[in-house]
Design a protein around this ligand. Structure first.
Ligand SMILES: [Zn+2]
Ligand SMILES: [Zn+2]
Length: 447
């Protein structure tokens, strides 16, 4: 149902897809057909005519442009990358200090000093210019077992922190630029004065999305911790993890995790078909889309603790859409920051909040220019961009099989069943899982 917000520099109207349909004129729930905008339904031509003339005509956006989550995932992944690579993100202490020990890959974790638990410990020494870490030079980490190992550790460290700010900014961007029709910009292809977009997953429209805070199961040696001037600084905490959820009209839930690459398992999506001057110049970006196949055939490592819907909160959704208008609407910013505090279960720092705001503006700008492209270049995005996985230098990497490759998925399902029934140990599971991965390693080792 469209919700008009207060008039501003640009009139922005949020279009929230219905979770169930009834005739917008008489309320009947049977034999319905949808309006071209897919937001309203009618039981008869008579009901549709009457409702159109009296109410719906000015707010109907015509046929929406629909983009599949799988197809837009690489774009989101690049937006996340742009935040990690942003000079505004505070420098990680492990990037402007030397590394004096040898945190080379091994499946045994270190026992942290001061009873701080177990993780891979990175001991930091003298402070150095960040350019050494940026170039992965030997000055930064002299005892790395190879240049590749050094690069991979740098890659993980660069992507630590500020996950909640990044995902909040991304959600603001999606509400503002995908679920908000505006009167500004290019006229829509349908000829209606406003343009509406929708996300879908396979055949079903997305009717809700937001952020989940929860835990992701990670082994001790996959976590990082730092030792600097007598203090232990914990790296990314798998018990304080955040990811996006998308729920479809049919009730299916898809997870999008852009934060797992700081642990040794990284899952990448190919982004070369999405290159734009406004985005970082990368061909791969970390992203894990846990969709239908993964839910059915792979182990679930995610434990959601709390969630916040950006689309279905009647009060906040229109405020979120106003967040990026200029000058910024103060009540919108406060609303966004309140969501962050709620999800985190603590008061977020002023840096986290400031970055969320700054990145939201950037994401909105990027999404508007890419999705509003009059050439509609987004229609040429691959339907299923290639995604690959990599379990760190100690393991082999490969590609996820195509959704249609049921034999490959079944193999994985059988392995998971044996593990779940307690027939094999976790170590045996890991060995067989590696063999499965190795069998589908891409021919070009591009990761
Ligand atoms: Zn009716
Ligand atoms: Zn309509």
């Amino acid at each position: 149902m469209p919700q008009s917000d207060s008039p501003g520099p640009a009139l922005r109207t949020v279009h929230i897809p219905p979770q169930k349909y009834e005739c917008s004129q008489c309320g009947k729930t049977e034999r319905l057909s949808l309006c071209i905008c897919r937001e309203l339904a009618y039981c008869s031509i008579a009901c549709q005519r009457h409702h159109w003339k009296t109410i719906h005509k000015p707010s109907c956006t015509g046929k929406p442009d629909v983009i599949d989550l799988v197809s837009i995932n690489p774009l989101f992944a690049m937006l996340v990358e742009s935040c990690h690579l942003d000079a505004a993100k505070p420098v990680h202490p492990a990037l402007n200090h030397t590394i004096t020990n040898s945190p080379n890959p091994s499946i045994v974790a270190d026992t942290l000093p001061n009873g701080a638990g177990n993780a891979r410990l990175v001991v930091l020494g003298d402070s150095i210019p960040i350019s050494h870490a940026e170039k992965c030079s030997e000055v930064w980490w002299p005892t790395a077992s190879s240049a590749e190992v050094r690069y991979r550790l740098q890659h993980r460290i660069v992507r630590e922190g500020y996950l909640l700010s990044i995902l909040t900014a991304l959600c603001v961007g999606v509400v503002s630029e995908i679920y908000t029709a505006t009167n500004e910009g290019a006229a829509s292809a349908s000829g209606f004065p406003r343009r509406a977009m929708q996300l879908k997953y396979k055949t079903s429209p997305v009717v809700d999305f937001g952020i989940i805070k929860g835990k992701v199961e990670v082994l001790d040696h996959q976590k990082l911790a730092y030792y600097l001037d007598g203090d232990v600084i914990k790296g990314q905490d798998p018990n304080d993890h955040y990811w996006l959820y998308f729920t479809t009209f049919k009730g299916e839930e898809v997870f999008l995790d852009y934060g797992a690459s700081t642990f040794t398992f990284t899952m990448n999506v190919e982004t070369k078909d999405y290159r734009q001057p406004i985005l970082p110049p990368v061909n791969y970006a970390p992203a894990y889309l846990r969709g239908r196949q993964h839910t059915q055939y792979t182990l679930n490592l995610y434990e959601p603790l709390r969630r916040f819907s950006f689309l279905r909160d009647d009060v906040l959704c229109p405020l979120v859409a106003q967040c990026v208008v200029r000058p910024p609407n103060p009540s919108s910013l406060l609303a966004i920051w309140k969501i962050m505090d709620c999800l985190a279960g603590r008061e977020c720092t002023s840096t986290e909040k400031m970055l969320a705001n700054q990145w939201a503006t950037y994401h909105c700008h990027a999404l508007r220019s890419i999705l509003g492209d009059p050439q509609r270049s987004w229609t040429k995005w691959p339907e299923t961009p290639r995604s690959s996985f990599q379990f760190g230098p100690e393991f082999d990497s490969g590609s996820w099989p195509a959704d249609s490759d049921t034999a490959a998925w079944r193999q994985l399902e059988k392995l998971n069943q044996r593990y779940n029934r307690g027939e094999i140990t976790k170590a045996a599971y890991a060995i067989e899982r590696q063999a499965w991965s190795r069998a589908r390693r891409p021919s070009d080792r591009n990761l």
